[in-house]
Design a protein around this ligand. Structure first.
Ligand code: NAP
Length: 284
């Protein structure tokens, strides 16, 4: 694991916002180590997140976050075998930048504090975070009647607190390059989906996180967007349909690449614009 100038030994195990900023000030006065833009994508091991990793790897060095290292390695391999490498010029002067365009990182988001620390440690040697995409989520189907407090806690830790905490950790690096934060929402971000109450509540909360953050960091030049897909062909939507609760009969799910292309649209927004919200629905 790369050494992080923010990791403290003894005393408080985690940097406070004030000493974190001091460290970053000190750090930012040094040369930015990666001349290639850096993207961090949670949920990079599967479905929509894996497609976002593939899409952004065309012009970013991507930290792909997940728990299943086999699946993450498969994404790394597919990128390595599919497209040309980042140009030598893009890597010039960057000893810290990995040879590959995708770096797999293990982090379990059910422990948001540790996940935030791990991702910050991995991103710090690269010296910048241009794009942060929060794609990881869990979507167990629960009604209020069936969900236990622990079910609520686990979903909110993964779907809401981890994105907030990871953003908090990476904000100094995002501010340095006026980066973009993308939250992957859902139709459930605005409307509660039947038999999906816990998930819907977490996606509503994530929307509020995104909207509040946008107002807070806009003046620093950091852009914040929500990309909210409708039903998409992934493991998550497959598992959702294997539950006792009723399911929609017709399969009208989109391809995950369609969502990844919308993320690309947000990331490539003109310099003077922020695309704050994108709803991506199945056409048929
Ligand atoms: N599929 C749809 O119909 C649909 C519709 C609307 C919105 N969405 C949203 O799209 C996003 C991606 O979902 P998907 O459909 O692509 O599902 P997916 O294929 O099941 O992918 C979910 C991803 O989240 C990661 N993840 C889940 N819990 C985690 C944890 N505790 N720690 C670290 N990583 C964790 C998984 O990592 P592991 O490999 O380690 O499990 C996986 O990479 C989610 O935010 C979801 O809410 C999906």
């Amino acid at each position: 694991m790369p050494h992080s100038p923010f990791t403290q030994s003894g005393g408080s195990s985690r940097p406070t916002p004030s000493n974190l900023n001091a460290e970053v000030l000190d750090f930012s006065s040094k040369r930015i180590k990666s001349s290639t833009p850096v993207a961090v994508v949670t949920g990079g091991s599967s479905g929509i997140g894996a497609e976002i990793v593939r899409e952004l790897s065309h012009d970013h060095l991507v930290l792909a976050i997940g728990r299943d290292m086999e699946r993450l390695e498969a994404v790394v391999e597919s990128v390595a075998s599919s497209a040309p490498e980042i140009s030598a010029a893009g890597r010039a002067g960057s000893a810290a930048v990995d040879e590959s365009r995708v770096i797999p990182v293990f982090a379990d988001l059910t422990d948001p504090e540790t996940a935030g620390e791990i991702i910050l440690e991995e991103a710090t040697p690269l010296g910048r975070v241009d794009v942060l995409v929060h794609c990881a989520a869990m979507a167990p189907r629960f009604t209020v009647e069936d969900a236990t407090p622990n079910d609520w806690r686990e979903s909110f830790a993964t779907n809401v607190i981890a994105p907030a905490e990871i953003t908090r950790s990476l904000l100094p690096l995002l501010r340095m390059v006026k980066g973009t934060v993308v939250f992957i929402g859902s139709g459930a971000s605005r409307t509660s989906v039947p038999f999906h109450t816990v998930y819907s509540a977490s996606k509503h909360a994530l929307q509020a996180v995104a909207d509040g953050l946008r107002q807070q960091v806009g003046e620093d030049g950091v852009r914040v967007s929500t990309v909210a897909p409708g039903p998409t062909h992934t493991r998550m939507s497959q598992e959702s349909s294997q539950h006792d609760y009723p399911v929609q009969e017709r399969d009208f799910r989109m391809d995950p690449t369609s969502v990844a292309r919308s993320v690309r649209h947000v990331v490539d927004a003109p310099e003077d614009a922020v695309i704050s919200e994108v709803w991506v629905r199945p056409r048929y």
